[in-house]
Structures are given as structure tokens and as C-alpha cells.
Design a protein around this ligand. Structure first.
Ligand code: HEM
Length: 475
């Protein structure tokens, strides 16, 4: 067994940190192209290993998942932001929080959130006028914030609060952009970036506190669950008692707090995690989808005709469901081509472009020994664009997603939602939300991209590095 995987030579101070920070996307792909399935490099003080073979990724995420944990980076910005929320917690805390959250994400409850999702979309589209130009990324993020707060916190959020959340995402995101100098400057040094990061967290927490204050005392009132009687009928976690209890996540957590199974800090960590993880990723998936559809008018036409059928189906089936009569969760289930477009969009532009793990003991991967405590990067960006798994990988081609072609690829040649025990809890939620929003928008409008060539920025998620202006054309 060879001892150390190959990799690029770095400089003595920053390792490969500067190359990574300059362009993480090109750097990771060049590493995989030049050195193979397991590549070693140094990001600051950390030995880092890039894994791009689906078989190795499956072992880390699924088969040997208990041998790995989410890494503790020397700097604790992630901990300050997300604390012990679902995304970053480990061990018993993670198990308890995931068990508590599961009923809120039960399929039956998610399916019954369609009216809420459509209602918010309709309100937002009421502001759109033929010929206007909107920044589609900001527009969809505004919408997905409102939807996650309604659907999972059983509350409304004011336009002012949405604006505050959106403004604060910039300094929060900036803190997680790769920057090798950060390893040299401790967190407590009051750089402008650190001050803005701390201030953004304070503001985000005050928005969350406002929502919790509005909801306190209503955690047993079934009328607060926007999923209605179907959502309420989902069984709660053990200890939650019988009967018609609202199953939105905030009600579930407040009841757990009443039973002393949650601290105020647990509650805060979970709500910040859900607010951020539950809106930014779906907004990005939709942004990239609208961008791709604008560049591929034939695909846009096919999505539009599926969208029209779904909206018309809703109207015919039930005039009273929403202001416009639909679509419902079952109407969008038939939007097969649209689903392929979404898959292809998340292949080319995975909102989460790499996962991180840390082995709890020395492990063997791809024939190499990887030491305990190193950082592993499992990169969707690299695997999803590999010619080993995708012919002509740079080309947008929704026909890759027919069941036959899908079955020819290894399971982890595509993993936008991760996999194994830590897979995304919001997958079904975000797919329903994305399809309903696409159905509403594409049945009424064609969006034409008017910005520069897309360039990308890596932070916690993969963002366009500039506004995404779209001209709205009524169909
Ligand atoms: C297109 C949309 C989305 C994408 C691409 C996405 C992607 C992911 C990925 C890759 C992970 C695994 C992270 C890891 O293994 O380290 C994850 C976990 C998670 N996601 Fe999502 N996500 C999306 C939507 C959502 C939504 C809508 C919610 C909440 C409503 C959500 C909440 C979470 C949470 C709480 C976790 C942590 C789960 C755990 O560790 O138990 N995500 N997501």
C-alpha cells in the first residue's frame, strides 16, 4: 500500500490554500484530473484529502459512516453560527435532534404544504410586470425564506425581516469563503470581517427571537400548522403526547423545551440552521435552473408546457385550492421532464459543492492510509462533471436522467443531497417547493438572462459571483 496519496506542492506558509482560494472549482478539478481518485493537499494547517471516486464516497457516507464525523475546523465560525443544530451536531445530540425533527419532514406533512408554497409564490408574482428586470437570486431567496418560516416555524416573517436576513447573508457567507490568511489571524482579532460576521449573527438571532416570541404559547394549537389536519395527523416524537398537535418544527421544539428536552440554546441553534439550510440551497437550485432554461429555450418550452398542464390540472380538480386553483403536490408529480431539468441543474451547479468529513481513526481509502483527524473533501462539483460518469459533462442534457441512463451510473456519481445517515432532511421539501415554484413561474413567464457569463463563488454553498438579472416576459 502506497503511504501518501499524490498531490500538488504548496508553499511553506499557506500550503495550497492560495491556489484553492483563487478558484476552488478549477483547483479541485485539476487535482482530480492530474492525481486521481485520492489527492492530498494542505489547506492551512490541515492535511486535506480530496475524494472523487463514487465507491470511496459511498464508503465514507454510508457503509463506514460511523468511522467519520463532521470536522472541527480550528476556527470556530461554523460553531458560532450553527452551534449544535442538526447540520453540525454529532453523537447523541444529533440523534436526539434528528428524531425530534423527523415528523416535521414526514412525507404526508410535506405533501400538505403545497398550498402554503403556492400561496407565497402567487403573492410574490403579483409584483412582477412584463418587461421588468429582477435579480432572480434575490427574488427566489426572498420567496424561500418566507416559505421555510411559514412551513417549519408556523409563523409569518415581515418584509423588513426578510430584507434583514438577506442583507446579513453577505457577511455570513464571506466568512466561509476560502482565505488562507484566516489561519494566521485568530477569530478574536477585531478585523472588519470578524466584526461584520458577529454583528450579522446578532441580527439574525434577533429576527429568530422575534419569531419565537410571536409563537410562544401556541405550540399546542393545531391551527398554527400550515400543513392543516394532514400535518397535524403525523405522529410526533415520543413524549409528545397524543392528539392533534401542530407538527411544524418550531411547535415540536417548543414542546420539547416545555419537557426540558431542549435548552434555549438548542432551540436557537436548530432555528438558525433551518432558516439558513432551508432557504439558501433551494434558492440557488432555482437560480441555476432559471439560468439554464434561459440558455436552452427548447427545454424551457417543455417545462412551460408541463407547468401549464400542472396548473390547469389543479384548476380543473379544485377551484378553491389556491387563488389560482393550483397546482397541488400531486399535480406536479407528473412534471417528469421538469424533474430531469432540476437534476441536471444540480449536477452542473450543485448548491452544496463539497462535503467535509474527518476520520475518527486511521482509515484506508482508494488504497491509501488516511490519518485520523485529517479533513476529507467529497466534492459534488468534481464528481458531477467527471467524464468518467457523464458523456460530454459540460453540456446541459436533461435526457441523462431517464431511469435507464441513471441506472448505468454508480449511486454516488450524483449526490447533491449527500447520503447515508446525514443525508439532507429537507430533500423532499425542497424538491416539492422547487417544482411548485417552477410550475407557477414557467406557466406564466419566460425569463431571459441579461447578465455576464456565469462566474461562481465558493462559500458554505456555491453562489453566482454577481447579480443574476432576468427580464420577465409574460407568455
Ligand atoms: C436544493 C436544496 C438542498 C440541497 C442541495 C441540500 C443539500 C444538503 C446536503 C448535501 C446535506 C448533507 C451535508 C453533509 O453531509 O455534510 C444536507 C443536510 C441538511 N439539510 Fe439540506 N439541502 C437542500 C435543502 C434543504 C432544506 C429545504 C432544508 C430544510 C428545510 C435542509 C436542511 C438540511 C439539514 C437540517 C441538514 C443536516 C441533516 C443532518 O445532518 O441530520 N436542506 N443538505
Amino acid at each position: 500500500m502506497s503511504v501518501t496519496p499524490p498531490g500538488p506542492i504548496g508553499d511553506p506558509l499557506f500550503g495550497n490554500g492560495r491556489q484553492f482560494a483563487d478558484d476552488p472549482f478549477s483547483f479541485m478539478r485539476a487535482c482530480a484530473d492530474s492525481y486521481g481518485d485520492v489527492v492530498r493537499f494542505d489547506l492551512g494547517p490541515r492535511e486535506t484529502y480530496l475524494l472523487t471516486n463514487p465507491a470511496d464516497i459511498e464508503r465514507v457516507l454510508v457503509a463506514d459512516a460511523e468511522q467519520y464525523r463532521k470536522p472541527q475546523f480550528g476556527d470556530d465560525a461554523m460553531d458560532t453560527l450553527l452551534g449544535d443544530g442538526l447540520l453540525m451536531s454529532e453523537g447523541e445530540t444529533w440523534q436526539r435532534q434528528r428524531k425530534l425533527a423527523n415528523p416535521s419532514f414526514h412525507n404526508r406533512r410535506i405533501g400538505a404544504l403545497d398550498e402554503t408554497m403556492v400561496g407565497h409564490t402567487e403573492s410574490q408574482l403579483a409584483d412582477w410586470n412584463d418587461g421588468d428586470v429582477v435579480d432572480i437570486q434575490l427574488e427566489v431567496a426572498r420567496l424561500t425564506v418566507k416559505i421555510i418560516v411559514s412551513a417549519m416555524f408556523g409563523a409569518d416573517i415581515t418584509d423588513e425581516e426578510v430584507k434583514t436576513v438577506q442583507e446579513k447573508l453577505e457577511p455570513l457567507g464571506a466568512r466561509f469563503e476560502p482565505d488562507p490568511r484566516r489561519f494566521l489571524i485568530p477569530n478574536w482579532v477585531p478585523t472588519r470581517e470578524n466584526r461584520e460576521f458577529d454583528a450579522a449573527i446578532d441580527t439574525l438571532e434577533s429576527v429568530i427571537d422575534g419569531i419565537v416570541d410571536r409563537r410562544r404559547g401556541t405550540e399546542r394549537d393545531p391551527s398554527v400548522d400550515p400543513a392543516g389536519p394532514e400535518g397535524v395527523a403525523v405522529r410526533g416524537p415520543a413524549g409528545d403526547g397524543d392528539g392533534d398537535l401542530p407538527m411544524d418544527l418550531l411547535s415540536v421544539l417548543l414542546r420539547a423545551r416545555d419537557r426540558d428536552e431542549q435548552t434555549d440554546e438548542n432551540l436557537r441553534d436548530e432555528l438558525v440552521t433551518m432558516l439558513l439550510a432551508g432557504h439558501d440551497t433551494t434558492a440557488l437550485a432555482l437560480t441555476y435552473t432559471f439560468y439554464l432554461l434561459s440558455n436552452h429555450p427548447e427545454a424551457r418550452e417543455r417545462v412551460a408546457s408541463e407547468a401549464e398542464a400542472a396548473v390547469d390540472g389543479g384548476r380543473a380538480a379544485d377551484e378553491s385550492t389556491t387563488a389560482d386553483g393550483g397546482p397541488s403536490a400531486s399535480d406536479v408529480r407528473d412534471m417528469e421532464f421538469t424533474e430531469r431539468v432540476l437534476n441536471e441543474s444540480m449536477r452542473l451547479y450543485p448548491p452544496v459543492y463539497t462535503l467535509f468529513r474527518e476520520p475518527k481513526l486511521d482509515v484506508k481509502l482508494g488504497g491509501y492510509r488516511i490519518p485520523e483527524g485529517s479533513a476529507l473533501m467529497l466534492s459534488q462539483w468534481v464528481v458531477h462533471r467527471s467524464p468518467r460518469w457523464y458523456d460530454d459533462p459540460e453540456t446541459f442534457d436533461p435526457s441523462r436522467w431517464t431511469p435507464e441512463r441513471r441506472s448505468q451510473r454508480p449511486r454516488f456519481a450524483y449526490f447533491p443531497f449527500g447520503g447515508g445517515p446525514r443525508h439532507c432532511i429537507g430533500k423532499a421539501f425542497s424538491l416539492l417547493e422547487a417544482k411548485l415554484i417552477l410550475a407557477k413561474v414557467c406557466s406564466q413567464y419566460d425569463l431571459e438572462y441579461e447578465g455576464p457569463d456565469l462566474s461562481l463563488r465558493g462559500s458554505l454553498t456555491m453562489h453566482p459571483d454577481h447579480p443574476v438579472p432576468m427580464r420577465i416576459r409574460e407568455r
